[in-house]
Write a protein that binds this ligand. Structure first.
Ligand code: ATP
Ligand SMILES: Nc1nc2c(ncn2[C@@H]2O[C@H](COP(=O)(O)O)[C@@H](O)[C@H]2O)c(=O)[nH]1
Length: 387
């Protein structure tokens, strides 16, 4: 039999529906959630982890309390919680008065990952996964014609968020440019060696581009993933098609130039190709742009006219813009009003600010959740309405 947590059994016997606060000391607020014969009490302090809140389970049949193994880094204690039982064995926990991007959490109590861990560890297990907006954290495939500015945009992203993104260093049989370093910009490879490695299944994708062989090795992608960073692949449209058909669950962005004339000017101004190579790249660009826009490979299309504007749009697409303007109301990340009420209507969570003249209603659309423990729960869409 497990040890009883800091909650009176009276509360449980009185019965409470999902999401009722059961304790109200400022530092030890708890919320209870019923799932079948079990009540999950979430909140207070985690007995083995002072940084995240605790989880206790009450089995109604045996009247036993359990302290499950809590996997993942969970939320820090808050001024209050709301909770909803979702499908796939997870509980949505919304914190009150949290700093930006700390307000939406998922406690997995019977997800495939939790079931697998229960089997492995032979114990009761639950797992935390933070909710993030959009599709953060999936690998990002960026394609577009040569000279459109893919490398420039990627460099800006990696400079601003050095600990967040890692670049998948491709292999190529082309010669290095004067500023390029082996192992950093590319793995400059011998054609025969690269062909042999492709045959041995070491590449996620490869393609002949502008007369040279280019490819993404599985090791390059794994090296980024193992370092805990989000992987960025700068590859051509043929490569993007292959990745789309692979098991790598990525987001696909195609970058378009404002005009062919501007593309040509950029290629010339870069000064890295001979006239013959520039002509070849421009010829290939027309077909690439056509395919990029119409093939359906790319879910997101960016026009790189003004660089700063395009970079801003890219960050917004990746949920990195910090402040997003939705329906004229600025909301920071998923920054919820301190005083609010929470309700659920099908796949929408409605968070309504209380106690002010001008109020904000934030709607979280959770119909497209993906990912989860171990890692982030992605796919939350946020909308805000001022009324
Ligand atoms: N929005 C922009 N306006 C003007 N110049 C730009 C813009 N974006 C990038 N450039 C410039 O265009 C040139 C080509 O950019 P970049 O090398 O990033 O292209 P790329 O798409 O990575 O090309 P490749 O596929 O050949 O590697 C660079 O000199 C860069 O500074
Ligand atoms: N299919 C792949 N395409 C790749 C890869 N790495 C780069 N590229 C694309 O090649 C062209 C030309 O690049 P450059 O450095 O010679 O200017 C550009 O469109 C890149 O996106 C790869 O691994 N696979």
């Amino acid at each position: 039999m497990g040890e009883a947590p800091a909650i009176s059994v009276d509360h449980l016997e009185n019965g409470h529906s999902n999401g009722v606060y059961v304790k109200s000391e400022p530092k030890n607020i708890e919320i209870s959630v019923d799932i079948g014969d079990r009540t999950f009490v979430i909140g207070g302090n985690h007995e083995r982890n002072n940084f995240s809140i605790g989880v206790q389970i009450h089995d109604k049949n045996s009247n036993n309390w359990f302290s499950p193994i809590v996997l993942g880094t969970g939320p820090k204690p808050s001024q209050g919680y709301s909770a909803f039982v979702l499908e796939q064995g997870r509980i949505l926990v919304i914190k009150k008065g949290s700093p930006r991007n700390e307000s939406i959490w998922f406690l997995e109590v019977d997800s495939p990952y939790v079931r697998e861990q229960k089997k492995l560890l032979g114990k009761e297990v639950v797992a935390w996964s933070k909710g993030v907006r959009g599709n953060a954290e999936k690998p990002i495939v960026i394609s577009g014609p040569s000279g459109v500015g893919k490398g420039t945009l990627i460099s800006m992203l990696m400079k601003e968020f050095p600990s967040m993104f890692g670049f998948s260093v491709s292999h190529t049989t082309r010669s290095p440019r004067s500023m390029e370093r082996d192992g950093v910009h590319y793995h400059f490879a011998d054609k025969k060696v690269m062909e042999k490695e492709i045959k041995d299944g070491k590449f996620l994708e490869f393609a002949s581009v502008h007369g040279n062989l280019y490819g993404t090795s599985i090791e390059s992608v794994e090296a980024v993933t193992d370092s805990g960073k989000r992987c960025i692949l700068d590859i051509d449209v043929q490569g993007a098609r292959s990745v789309r058909a692979s098991s790598l669950d990525a987001i696909f962005i195609f970058v378009c130039p404002p005009s062919m004339k501007e593309l040509e000017d950029r290629l010339r101004a870069r000064g890295t190709e001979t006239e013959e190579q520039i002509q070849k790249r421009l010829r290939n660009a027309e077909a690439e742009i056509k395919e990029g826009i119409s093939s359906g490979i790319f879910g997101l299309i960016l026009y790189n006219d003004n660089l700063e504007e395009c970079y801003k749009k890219l960050k917004k697409l990746l949920g990195l813009d910090g402040v997003t303007s939705v329906n004229g109301v600025e909301i920071e990340g998923i920054n919820l009003p301190t005083e609010h009420t929470v309700s659920k209507m099908e796949d929408k969570i409605i968070i309504q600010e209380t106690g002010k003249e001008t109020r904000i209603k934030i709607v979280l659309d959770i119909s497209s959740l993906n990912g989860g423990a171990p890692g982030r729960t992605r796919g939350i869409l946020v909308d805000a309405i001022k009324f």
